[in-house]
Design a binder for this molecule. Structure first.
Ligand code: ATP
Length: 235
């Protein structure tokens, strides 16, 4: 029996008004796999994530564990194992770091407490600032909190939209190390990145999006500098 993968997307198409941003995308992510989603600004990475999550209307199919979730609202997709870290660090600014995590957690109090500790172990900075309001965190720490919030739902697949955007190289490296640690724990990851070199340090496989289409899908070794350059500069 062939595995259909943890996530299986088939002919997904989404856009805004008449403009198509994601154009018949098909892809699979296996359980525990880390995949980089590469593509220039406007290639459709964010829209693809939103279509997978049901945040924008889309045509085509999305399956999780072989189950068609295309008709489900976002909340239920998340409940079935999708975790999402949107671009731009969405945290509740006035809420403490701990509460930001708590509100994203499971209903069971003990499980939730364990999960908070797990996030704190992954990000010691957040543990130190657990009682601080989120707005007091640095940009990098807010990005960590945003990732921590997604982890609180115990996702089987994390969708990370440009997590390193706006971070210093050092913080970006720290964040990617944490993502690698999460992946090593068995969580599948689909990570959108404009910095191909960074994404490729944690993802053995990459998809290249160009004008809403997957134009390449394979092991990172197949992505020559020329191919990437062409896709990013539209040559
Ligand atoms: P970025 O790195 O800028 O987020 P991206 O690869 O994530 O790029 P998308 O944000 O998905 O790309 O954008 C794909 C296309 O859809 C672009 O042409 C963009 O201008 C358009 N687009 C994105 N969001 C909207 C919107 N809310 N309304 C109209 N057009 C949009």
């Amino acid at each position: 029996l062939l595995s259909t993968g943890l996530l299986s997307v088939e002919g997904l198409t989404a856009g805004y008004g008449g403009a198509v941003a994601v154009d018949g995308v098909s892809l699979t992510v296996a359980a525990g796999e880390t995949v980089a989603l590469l593509g220039a600004n406007g290639a459709g990475k964010s829209t693809l994530f939103k279509a997978i999550l049901g945040l924008v209307p889309a045509r085509g199919g999305v399956r999780l564990d072989g189950v068609d979730i295309t008709g489900l609202p976002t909340e239920q997709r998340v409940g079935r194992g999708l975790g999402y870290v949107p671009e731009g660090r969405r945290v509740f600014a006035g809420m403490s770091v701990r509460d930001n995590l708590e509100v994203a957690g499971l209903p069971d109090r003990r499980a939730r407490a364990q999960d908070v500790e797990r996030v704190f172990a992954l990000f010691p900075d957040l543990a130190r600032k657990s009682a601080e309001a989120a707005w007091r965190l640095s940009g990098g720490q807010q990005q960590m909190l945003s990732l921590g919030r997604a982890l609180m739902g115990r996702p089987r697949l994390l969708l990370l939209d440009e997590p390193s955007l706006g971070l210093s190289p050092k913080l970006a490296q720290e964040l990617f190390a944490a993502v690698a640690a999460v992946a090593a724990g068995g969580t599948a990851v689909l990570v959108a990145e404009q910095s191909a070199s960074r994404a490729l340090t944690i993802a053995p496989r990459a998809l290249l999006l160009w004008l809403g289409r997957v134009v390449r899908d394979g092991p990172v070794g197949d992505f020559s500098a020329t191919v990437l350059q062409d896709a990013f500069f539209g040559l």
